[in-house]
Design a protein around this ligand. Structure first.
Ligand code: CMP
Length: 222
């Protein structure tokens, strides 16, 4: 996907993209590369041209919580550029990745010349805060199978590919990552996922989870 067809940029005038391209530096990463780590000092933000990244935080024991998967047209690294604090999470390339990296001073220049971009970034931040609020709400009000069912439906909506078997989640997720996403232990997620599979709600195809009975899963998520 080219940048001008990506969601954030599709709504922006063409001149924004040309200005961005003139101020930014193209940086390319390979699948598995760490772009930066939680706690690093950093002063660049990145617009994704192609490929996807995962945004994670890890415990001292190496347990990973997946905060988000971001794709073409999305931005990461904006928090440290806005507030000058260390990186709030680790960002890793899930696929070969091409980005446009913008240093803080270039970003300030971008905002001065095209103030609309700041409004777009505020919309991105608002969406992220809403997602975090939903995560907190889910932890408070749903049990683990409920959170798992809800998360699987969310993932199918964001990364789903329709197949004859059902909606395939186009992400390779370990049970540890899935557990991190619903704030539960791997053992507990393993147990409830196995139950969903036995009941035919969920299946696996080429290492990807497939939602076979979305309505039943949605009832479980209530
Ligand atoms: P920064 O703190 O500079 O570096 C880590 C980046 O991860 C952060 O900026 C955001 O771009 C991104 N990030 C952190 N938390 C979330 C989240 N909950 N959802 C999506 N992206 C996030």
């Amino acid at each position: 996907m080219t940048l001008d067809r990506a969601p954030l940029f599709a709504a922006l005038p063409r001149r924004h993209l040309e200005l961005l391209a003139s101020l930014a530096r193209r940086r390319v990463f390979q699948r598995g590369d760490t772009i930066f780590r939680h706690g690093d000092i950093g002063s660049s933000l990145y617009f994704i041209e192609s490929g996807r990244v995962k945004v994670v935080v890890t415990s001292e024991q190496g347990e990973e919580v997946l905060l988000a998967v971001l794709g073409p047209g999305e931005v990461f690294g904006e928090l440290s550029v806005f507030d000058g604090m260390p990186r709030s999470a680790t960002v890793i390339a899930l696929e070969d990745l091409t980005t446009l990296a913008l240093e803080r001073s270039a970003f300030q220049e971008y905002i001065r010349r095209e103030p609309d971009i700041a409004l777009h970034l505020l919309a991105v931040l608002s969406r992220r805060i809403r997602t975090s609020d939903t995560m907190i709400e889910d932890c408070a009000f749903y049990d683990v199978p409920g959170r798992l069912a809800k998360k699987l439906l969310d993932l199918a909506e964001q990364h789903g590919k329709p197949t004859p078997e059902g909606m395939e989640i186009n992400l390779r997720l370990t049970q540890r990552e899935l557990a991190g996403m619903v704030a539960a232990s791997r053992e507990s997620v393993n147990k409830h996922l196995a139950y969903f599979k036995v009941k035919g709600l969920v299946g696996v195809h080429r290492g990807h989870l497939v939602i076979r009975k979305a309505e039943e899963l949605a009832r479980r998520a209530r």
